[in-house]
Ligand binder design. Sequence first.
Ligand code: MN3
Length: 204
Amino acid sequence: MFTLPDLSYDYASLEPFIDAETMHIHHDKHHAAYVKNLNDALAGQEDLLSMDINDLLGNLDKVPEEVRTKVKNNGGGHANHSLFWEIMAKPGVPAPEGKLLTEIKNSFGDFPTFKEKFSGAGLSRFGSGWVWLISSGGVMEIMDTANQDTPVSEGKVPILALDVWEHAYYLKYKNMRADYITAWWNVVNWKKVEELFTKGGEKK
Ligand code: MN3
């Protein structure tokens, strides 16, 4: 069985940038529903239910065809949100430094340019989806995906994730996705991003 992870901070911790009510609905309703639907789709298939979610998404060919789309969508929703909660924290985490900053500079020129490109990808993503900073074996790229599609399915290592579904921001920001993205940078947990970079995304 897949389970909904608790947040490692209070629902109100990301205020004023992301409001507590949005966090409650997003985590307790949306993410919980992805977990429930994923478990329902795989009911009785203990071998699949006991897999690591990222391994499952990287091996969708093991999933019976009749539930594959459901597993891709809801499993993606589970994995994507699990990462999203972790790469956010109470405002005030210092900007990246060290190897992570060096790699961002090597890949995008400088830190402000990286932020601009990442934000731009979030703004231009049509409809629902995600923006990612990928770092696989030292190669950094920004990508965006539709719906709950995840770069993990392509064997890539995401180290930063931004949810641009309307449910992530509509209560507070209405249709102003740009304002949400600008605010979101204040709650990025660069410590966690650095950890993910060091663990799987660093140049070998
Ligand atoms: Mn979401």
